[in-house]
Ligand binder design. Structure first.
Ligand SMILES: [Zn+2]
Length: 308
């Protein structure tokens, strides 16, 4: 498997802890500034997590494993312990720089919609290309869970047509990510193009918050969609690499941020296992679609899990 993820291979120089191997106690979160009980509970949990003094042997082993086995310079990743928000291993240039993340924004657009509509999600019919969806033949009848699982553009273009920038800002605040300029058109709003730019650590944190509160209004349908994605949807290659253990996942394909430019970069967030996730991985792979990023992410998580 080593070095076969993509066409371009750049070996990262070995070092005792390695580039991007973060000591335990480095947290990705910034405090959640939103209002509401959920946010308050989550912030309380966040600060209750005891910071560790130094990188554990486990973290060091994971760092080394990923560094040695996944050498492609096309690959960026952040692996986080879901309970403590501790960054276990990371390789991501300019990690503080917000990046376009494509469809990874969709679950949060759904929450913005749900908040405005009594936490009821609609059903739409996707006719594919005619409706602006990426799947030419269309997804047919789509509810929120299948819209997340298959990342249906038609579904999300319909729901964002009812949203105002402040609706999305309020969800961003609640889940701890800042969105900068809110896109205006429906296509940009659902993650097409590069108007949406989010700090990758903040986005990862937002997914942790989402999975940590499955009973929050509007969340269960999204988590069901993410489980479906890892099983039979756009992230199914992640699920296949996890050998029967259910995970939650979402994929995205966004404009490339590298030089030389590729048609796009693939993103995937994978939370493992689906039930009370312990590990959360964000991967970005230069020049491939999100589905391919999910495959590599699944392999990486499988390597990490087998280490335990
Ligand atoms: Zn569709």
């Amino acid at each position: 498997m080593r070095g076969k993820e993509t066409g371009r291979h750049i070996t990262v120089k070995p070092s005792p802890l390695g580039r991007g191997c973060h000591a335990a106690g480095v947290f990705i979160s910034r405090s959640v500034t939103g209002e509401g009980v959920l946010a308050a509970i989550l912030v309380a949990c966040l600060f209750a997590a005891p910071p560790l003094a130094a990188a554990s042997l486990y973290d060091q082993s994971v760092c080394r494993l990923l560094r040695e086995r996944y050498t492609s310079g096309d690959l960026s990743y952040i692996l986080v312990d879901a309970a403590t928000r501790r960054v276990i291993a990371t390789r991501w240039d300019a990690v503080t720089e917000p990046v376009p993340v494509g469809s990874l924004v969709k679950p949060f657009l759904a929450l913005a919609y749900a908040q405005k509509h009594d936490f009821r999600y609609p059903t739409y019919f996707c006719r594919g290309t005619r409706d602006g969806c990426w799947l030419p033949r269309g997804h047919g009848k789509v509810d929120i869970s299948s819209a997340i699982a298959y990342s249906c553009n038609t579904y999300f273009m319909n729901i964002v047509s009812t949203l105002k920038p402040e609706d999305v800002e309020s969800i961003g605040q609640r889940y701890g990510f800042s969105i900068g300029q809110v896109p205006s058109g429906a296509a940009e709003m659902i993650g097409l193009g590069s108007t949406w730019r989010i700090d990758p650590r903040e986005l990862l944190h937002a997914y942790i918050l989402l999975a940590a509160a499955p009973r929050a209004a509007g969340a269960v349908e999204l988590l069901r969609g993410m489980a479906l994605s890892a099983k039979i949807g756009t992230a199914q290659a992640a699920g296949q690499n996890l050998h029967g253990v259910a995970a939650l996942a979402k994929t995205g394909t966004a404009p490339c941020v590298h030089q030389p430019r590729a048609p796009g970069d693939g993103y995937a967030v994978i939370l493992y296992p689906a039930d009370q996730p312990r590990l959360v991985l964000l991967v970005r792979v230069h020049g491939v679609p999100g589905a391919q990023a999910a495959r590599i992410g699944g392999r990486m998580l499988n390597s990490v899990v087998n280490l335990q």
